[in-house]
Design a protein around this ligand. Structure first.
Ligand code: ASP
Ligand code: MG
Length: 405
């Protein structure tokens, strides 16, 4: 008998009616002849609420205790869902992460899964039960409860699917699947039927929040095929995510906008070996993720360097840049939050020359100036003024998706 892993997110379990609905979907899947393992998130906004509660008690948020607290959210979902399944005449077995054999390292609040011992899960499946596992949690080598980073139930589901060799992992959510652009911003956005792991990873890194990136990385590494599907639309087929061959024809599969970017510029620093190393080593040491970097053509052995960081890290990055910049004798250091990043993504880009030119022309057509550019094999990103973001996004979507039937 084939095994299916189903993961239900917080918005699919946010009240008792939804939990009952989900229980019916699970039982229907079992009746189709599958063994079913279910992974759940905490109900609705539970995790955020628990974090706020903890902040009121101890603002320094001690991580070990925080993990203990947050893990309770998923446990509530497990217990209620098992009860709901039992009212439908099926037997359910609920597991906290540690019972499900999810062993992690000791990094509280962002632990990594090291191995999974799926013995107990398999035992219960063999007894014809439906197994319900608390997502987002595991157990460390010090026997403490750990959590896997926000959105970590996705990772639990993918990792269990890999460990028990499930036929498919279904990620159920409150949207129809993965779209060519955020449908709340671009009304012409279309549902994508199939997408590769790499494209989905790039989408996450360019501001489109679909799934936890670590879960997608794990799926790619262990070749776990999965589908992102709507919980409440039973006809919705969602988006299949798997390793894909480069297709002829389509060059760009999605476009996105990231408004959480900020730019730092260090003006007039010496153009000589070691200078860039000094700046970016300092940022790296503080764990600051730098996205795009440009250095202009040097004039009289001096150059300006600009780079972008996530807005949450701007203050820290700016302080550090000031320190290093002053040491290097920089003329000035500036920060700019009035920017956003527009990206196009597609594996088809690799063998379609001219994609960059088409993107820049599309932006020029609506009078949008490009401040920075970066490219990879399957992505092109441009930094533009924040106020231009919306029209840039729409125009690029029109160029690559709507005009490309
Ligand atoms: N409940 C956790 C969170 O909100 C894990 C998850 O939703 O996947 O981050
Ligand atoms: Mg979630």
């Amino acid at each position: 008998m084939d095994i299916i892993v189903q993961k239900y997110g917080g918005s699919s379990l946010s009240d008792t009616e939804k939990i009952k609905f989900v229980a019916r979907r699970i039982v229907e899947t079992k009746k189709k002849g599958y063994k079913v393992v279910v992974v759940v998130s905490a109900m609705g906004k539970t995790t955020d609420n628990l974090i706020n509660l903890a902040k009121k008690i101890n603002p320094s948020l001690p991580e070990r205790e925080l993990d203990l607290l947050l893990s309770t959210g998923e446990m509530v979902s497990v217990a209620l869902l098992c009860m709901a399944i039992e009212t439908l005449g099926e037997e359910a077995e609920g597991f906290p992460g540690y019972f499900a054999g999810i062993k992690t390292d000791n990094f509280h609040t962002k632990a990594r899964i090291q191995r999974i011992n799926p013995g107990k899960i398999m035992q219960e499946l063999d007894k014809d039960k439906i197994v319900v596992v608390a997502g987002f949690q595991g157990i460390s080598s010090e026997n403490a409860i750990t959590t896997l980073g926000r959105g970590g139930s996705d990772l639990t589901a993918i990792a269990i699917a890999a460990a028990i060799k499930a036929k498919l992992c279904e990620i159920y959510t409150d949207v129809e699947g993965v779209f060519t652009a955020d449908p709340n911003r671009v009304k012409e956005a279309r549902l994508i039927k199939e997408i590769s792991y790499d494209e989905l990873l790039e989408m996450a890194s360019t501001g489109a929040k679909v799934m936890q990136s670590r879960a997608v990385e794990f799926a790619k590494k262990y070749k776990v095929p999965f589908v992102v599907k709507p919980t409440f639309n039973k006809k919705g087929e969602g988006t299949m995510v798997k390793e894909m061959e480069v297709k002829e024809g389509a060059d760009v599969s999605s476009v996105s906008i990231d408004e959480n970017q900020a730019k730092i510029t260090i003006f007039r620093i010496p153009d000589k070996p070691g200078v860039a190393a000094e700046i970016f080593t300092a940022l790296g040491k503080e764990n600051i993720n730098v996205d795009m970097i440009i250095q202009n053509v040097s004039k009289q052995h001096y150059a300006d360097v600009s780079f972008t960081v996530n807005i949450n890290e701007l203050d820290k990055a700016f302080e550090l840049s000031k320190k290093v910049g002053e040491k290097l004798g920089a003329e000035n250091i500036e920060k700019d939050t009035d920017i956003c990043k527009i990206s196009i993504i597609g594996v088809g880009m690799m063998n379609h020359p001219g994609v960059a030119g088409r993107m820049f022309s599309a932006l020029a057509k609506v009078g949008v100036n490009i401040e920075m550019i970066s490219t990879s094999e399957i992505k092109i990103s441009c930094i533009v003024k924040k106020e231009d973001g919306e029209k840039a996004l729409k125009q690029v979507h029109k160029e690559f998706i709507e005009n490309n039937i």
